[in-house]
Design a protein around this ligand. Structure first.
Ligand SMILES: NC(=O)c1ccc[n+]([C@@H]2O[C@H](COP(=O)([O-])OP(=O)(O)OC[C@H]3O[C@@H](n4cnc5c(N)ncnc54)[C@H](O)[C@@H]3O)[C@@H](O)[C@H]2O)c1
Length: 372
């Protein structure tokens, strides 16, 4: 198969869908790899590194799209890329189709075989191609939260780890899943007082076991949330109810009672945010102050560390990309149920329940298209 990797063109997107190690893997499996020149620059990867691994660097996106039969990307196709979509092309990328009727319709109309990173799902319900970005966002939550607390950003001027003879800052984390538990470990590592809340006792038990006395685990309920958040120097929202909007756990009245200059990083903003005062921001202007609290609500946090994010993402996507290239359609999907759940559109049909429901479109059961 010929695998094509165009440069990402969505605003503020500097990740790329393949690394030189990924190129070597495809080449060693007998596939060709075409990379648009400059595609890796935003992630610190030079064309010559791709070429050294066996890829061919092409001048334009058009050449890559037209010559490849499997396109690997990071973000959904943008308007100027619609012209390259065609019947039989396999597109493997984050799609988030339920949020875009326009992209759904064009993939349907052009009969693209579209496989979404975010709907690939293992038997236990986990989403292996979303987890790496949650990990990155969880670690970043402390980095950006500490920055929000700096005086020049309107913060309380608190150093989370404190100093000899000086109390450390208090970090409160809502949600002990992938992002929240990593944020918890980083916060404890920085020397802050940390408390973490979740509705799932086994998540709390796990953190209690691995972190010992370094963090306080608490059941998430209204009373505990209020008591902890009003006392926080830095609060972090990292909750998720799969397939639903984030619950508004922090009311405006709680935010009003927080300390002036406290910081709030809402990682769950991509699902609507978990505070009444949350509204989405972008990297060029990531913070705003409301009720005297510095809010950071960027919906695509991993984009500020494209180098790390590219490697974390491609570590997770590569084996699926290889399976598609090695076995083709429908064999790869027939033999790997997790990959099959990633199929969103095929030959003009919608094959994912969430996407069909979002726009009232007809759903074609997976087994009808892959024969399984
Ligand atoms: N902003 C960004 O750039 C960015 C990047 C990656 C992930 N995210 C988002 O971060 C959020 C968390 O992702 P994740 O992978 O850690 O999810 P996850 O499913 O691993 O964890 C979510 C946790 O929230 C808990 N939860 C649900 N309701 C709760 C409540 N009422 N109180 C306390 N805890 C509750 C769940 O029990 C679970 O442990 C998601 O919305 C995800 O989309 C955002």
């Amino acid at each position: 198969m010929i695998v094509g990797v165009p440069k990402e063109i969505k605003e503020e997107e500097n990740r790329v869908a393949i690394t030189p190690a990924g190129v070597s893997a495809f080449v060693s499996h007998g596939h060709g790899v075409l990379v648009e020149k400059g595609a890796g620059l935003g992630s610190g990867i030079l064309d010559r590194s791709y070429e050294g691994a066996g890829a061919t660097a092409l001048d334009s996106a058009a050449e890559v799209w037209q010559q490849a039969n499997l396109i690997m990307k990071v973000k959904e196709p943008q308007l100027v890329e619609f012209q390259f979509l065609r019947s039989g092309l396999v597109l493997f990328t984050y799609l988030h189709l339920a949020a875009s009727e326009e992209v759904t319709r064009i993939l349907q109309e052009k009969k693209v075989t579209a496989v979404a990173y975010e709907t690939i799902q293992l038997e236990d319900g986990s989403l292996p191609l979303l987890t790496p970005m949650s990990e990155v966002a969880g670690r970043l939550a402390l980095q950006v939260g500490a920055w929000c607390l700096q005086a020049e950003n309107g913060g309380r001027g608190i150093l989370l780890g404190g100093a000899s003879g000086v109390r450390p800052g208090k970090v409160v984390i809502l949600g002990a899943g992938t992002s929240g538990s990593i944020a918890c470990q980083v916060a404890a590592g920085m020397g802050a007082y940390v408390s973490i809340l979740d509705i799932n006792p086994s998540k709390l038990r796990y953190l209690h076991d691995i972190m010992g006395g370094h963090v306080t685990t608490l059941m998430s309920n209204r009373a505990n949330i209020e008591e902890e958040v009003v006392d926080a120097d830095l609060a972090i929202g990292a909750v998720l109810i799969p397939g639903a909007k984030a619950p508004k756990l922090i009311s405006r009245s709680i935010v009003k009672r927080m300390k002036p200059g406290a910081a709030f990083v809402d990682v769950s903003i991509d699902q609507g945010g978990c505070a009444e005062t949350s509204r989405p921001t972008a990297h060029h202007h990531p913070i705003y102050i409301e009720e005297e609290v510095v809010h950071y609500c960027v919906t695509n946090m991993p984009a500020i560390v494209p180098n790390t994010s590219t490697y974390a993402l491609t570590n997770a996507t590569l084996s699926y990309g290889l399976e598609i290239a090695d076995k083709g359609f429908p064999k790869a999907f027939k033999e790997n149920a997790a990959l099959a759940r990633g199929l969103n559109t095929y030959d003009g049909k919608i094959t994912h329940t969430g996407v069909a429901t979002a726009f009232g479109l007809a759903l074609t059961p997976l087994k009808e298209v892959i024969g399984r």
